[in-house]
Design a protein around this ligand. Structure first.
Ligand code: SF4
Length: 310
């Protein structure tokens, strides 16, 4: 079901929880999975050292030890939540970076668990092929399926600066290749990347609107210990939104520019371990950020899509 543009109230944005409620009639929760993948931007295939902000354990709730089997992780995730329906969220590293047979085995393991109604697969836009998408299309015929592509910025000079190892065209190509297969696509973006101003961030929103993704996950820039970004931060070359109040205005600007049809998976980053987080240290959790966004959009008398340029 798509939101009716003419019926949107100030403060409104298209939450993933609402999307799931409309689709399944009840809440759906994601269980994060570390399936033991690696990343082509670390092992030398695309690059080495990884993206400048990335220390994977900081944004996924996994340790560096060998992960438990997918089946075990799902059963632990269910125990923690005790909810009705789940998506297996292949989160850690690049979750299409393996031969198709191995991918199939891992995704099948996830879907064999009861109450798992689908998959959400996080990956790089340069790490899907027609063969992999054919496999995913087959899953999409029998379960609910999201592919989450890392973009971060639509500006190639920024992507070079953060050592992403792909350009913006690579993202639009991957989304085009995925379209028409019954698979939902989600873009990951980061607000506040080095060298980016408000206009550049809004151009990234225009870009994902044009790509016609189905969802977006917003992150604010975080500096994690022992990353390249950390070194730049210590040298005073990298700035962050020091307080959540500094981030809300640009986030709301982006939401106003975003198509009202795009589902919001997340409004800000989550760092699993405060030991690893150098900056910024906000006290607000996801619920508080959501309510700050709603308050700000209401104050402006706007909502998601209010300034969307068709
Ligand atoms: S952010 Fe993703 S693509 Fe970049 S180095 Fe980390 S795992 Fe690899």
């Amino acid at each position: 079901m798509s939101p009716d543009r003419n019926n949107l109230q100030p403060g409104w944005y298209f939450r993933l929880s609402r999307f799931f409620k409309e689709k399944f009639g009840e809440p759906v929760y994601k269980i994060p999975i570390d399936a033991g993948f690696s990343c082509p931007n670390r092992d030398g295939t695309v690059g080495t050292g990884g993206c400048s902000y990335c220390y994977n354990p900081s944004f996924s709730p996994f340790s560096c030890e060998k992960p438990a089997s997918v089946r075990e992780q799902i059963s632990q995730g269910k125990k923690k939540n005790r909810r009705a329906l789940y998506l297996a969220y292949f989160q850690a590293y690049t979750n299409t970076y393996a031969p198709v047979e191995q991918l199939k085995e891992l995704y099948d393991q996830a879907l064999s668990a009861s109450e798992v109604v689908g998959l959400s697969i996080a990956t790089r836009p340069d790490t899907v092929s027609e063969e992999i998408l054919d496999l995913l299309e087959d899953y999409a015929k029998r379960c609910h399926l999201w592919v989450e592509y890392g973009l971060q910025s639509a500006h190639d000079q920024t992507l070079v600066k953060i050592n992403r190892g792909h350009d913006a065209d690579s993202f639009s190509r991957a989304v085009d290749m995925t379209r028409g297969r019954g698979i939902y696509t989600c873009a990951h973006i980061i607000l506040g990347l080095p060298g980016e101003n408000r206009e550049m961030m809004l151009q990234t929103i225009d870009f994902i609107n044009r790509c016609k993704v189905d969802g977006v996950k917003f992150h604010h820039l975080q500096v994690i210990k022992n990353t390249a970004l950390d070194r730049g931060f210590q040298e005073g070359k990298v700035a962050v939104y020091k307080k959540a109040e500094d981030y809300i205005p640009i986030l709301c600007d982006c939401l106003e520019r975003l198509s009202p049809l795009i589902v919001i998976h997340r409004l800000a980053s989550q760092a699993a371990s405060s030991d690893l987080l150098i900056a910024p240290h906000w006290s607000e959790g996801a619920g508080q950020i959501a309510s700050m966004v709603e308050t700000e959009l209401k104050r402006r008398g706007t909502q998601q899509g209010f300034r969307h340029q068709t």
